[in-house]
Design a protein around this ligand. Structure first.
Ligand SMILES: COc1cccc(CC(=N)NC(=O)c2cccnc2OC2CCNCC2)c1
Length: 389
């Protein structure tokens, strides 16, 4: 059976695709808190639950090491995500977070952390409904414990703890197809350091292309082109929130960010998230915004390099500056910050700049899911305004 676990869950089932008379919205009603299972799910007897306080340097380091050695790899097992400790603390501590949703599994004998899953609260709008959800991420089982059916237990346990906070929906992504994607995105890469990317096998030299010709092809100016282009600062939060809320209102699924959310998710944090805006030199109005997050990957088995420094397109709003020019400025500052590659999904209006700015298609897809909420019909990726970490 392909989806033994997922066929038991309140998620859109493949058999329901095309059933347009199923109503959009929650699949199961909330249960009274008294009826939510009070005790944790059972683990195999050699393992125990642990709650991971990411403010503890030791615990944060244990989660970091577990993910560094056991988290998602590309399809050819040449790279593995290597989220930094400061990134993990940022990702797991948004406004209103619950430490109880940062769930680990330890081996009783050694006390070693062998699995993890996380949730953070988020307000996600689906058409005109703002729904309180948990954003689920960093599901990881140690390589040596795969196929012990631990992942379904981790998913049920985080679901139980989310229910205890009276939240009944969730959002998550995966590189694999599960019942049932709300949309499927293609990912794209823009070379910034083509020589290193070719050396580590991330990219290949194009046919009839020399290395020097390739380096010239991806060369960028030394400075952004847009007058008034600068780093975002704390005092910009109200204006950026207005700009972003207005922009995101056009998408069917998007975060419902308020100023607290914008301050957390979009204020520059070194080696975690970079954000820039365009302040009109004449009127001092904030007219545009762009941002990317820092997610390095370990390079598995290369003599010269151990880490791929990758920037991931986050939220971008172009209201006066052409999006093409704004994103080219984002590439320029990412290159200045020594990133090797700039990644983007074909969500929002990204498709309008990908080819022209010399992005190449990646070799995989990212599927988006919502738990316990039926969406009338599969979205186009351009109807999605949500970027998960
Ligand atoms: C280059 O190193 C990699 C290490 C592990 C996996 C992949 C391929 C991959 N799976 N990429 C993505 O999922 C991806 C590609 C472009 C933009 N965002 C992405 O994923 C984000 C969002 C979902 N959580 C992981 C990071 C690449």
């Amino acid at each position: 059976k392909k989806h033994k676990f997922w066929e038991t869950q309140p998620v859109g089932q493949f058999k329901d695709i095309g059933e347009t008379n199923l109503p959009e919205g929650p699949i199961e009603a909330p249960t009274p808190l008294s009826e939510v299972k009070q005790e944790p799910y059972n683990l195999p007897s050699a393992y125990e639950w642990t709650t991971c306080d990411m403010n503890s340097e030791d615990t944060c380091n244990e989660v970091y090491i577990l993910l560094k050695n056991n988290y998602v790899e590309d399809d050819e097992n040449m790279f593995r995500f290597n989220y930094s400790k400061e990134f993990l603390r940022w990702a797991l501590h948004p406004p209103g977070y619950y430490t109880s949703w940062h769930i680990g599994v330890r081996a009783k004998a050694s006390k070693k952390l062998v699995a993890f899953i996380s949730g953070v609260p988020a307000r996600i709008r689906v058409r005109d409904e703002v729904v309180k959800m948990a954003e689920i991420n960093f599901l990881c089982v140690h390589k040596k414990l795969r196929s012990k059916r631990l992942a379904p237990v981790l998913i049920k346990e985080v679901t139980r703890r989310v229910h205890l906070e009276n939240i009944w929906q969730a959002a998550y992504t995966a590189g694999v197809v599960l019942p049932t994607p709300i949309t499927t995105c293609q990912y794209w890469h823009r070379s910034l350091n083509p020589k290193k990317l070719i050396d580590v096998g991330f990219s290949r030299l194009g046919a009839r292309m020399t290395m020097s010709r390739t380096i010239k092809l991806y060369k960028l100016p030394d400075a952004p082109a847009t007058p008034g282009f600068r780093k975002m600062e704390l005092h910009d939060v109200p204006a950026v929130t207005r700009l972003l809320r207005n922009y995101l209102s056009q998408f069917i699924v998007a975060p419902d960010f308020d100023e607290n959310d914008v301050e957390h998710w979009l204020l520059p944090t070194e080696d975690v998230v970079d954000s820039f805006l365009v302040e009109s030199p004449e009127t001092h109005e904030i007219t545009d915004f762009c941002s990317f997050y820092t997610l390095p990957s370990s390079i598995l088995g290369n003599q010269n390099y151990s880490t791929l420094k990758a920037a991931y397109s986050y939220y971008n709003v172009a209201s006066k500056t052409p999006l093409l020019q704004l994103m080219n400025d984002a590439l320029i500052v990412a290159k200045q910050k020594d990133f090797d590659v700039f990644n983007a999904l074909d969500v929002m209006q990204n498709e309008s700049f990908l080819k022209e700015l010399k992005f190449g298609p990646g070799d995989g897809q990212l599927h988006y899911y919502v738990y316990n909420y039926r969406i009338r019909q599969t979205l186009k990726s351009s109807e999605l305004g949500l970027v998960l970490l």
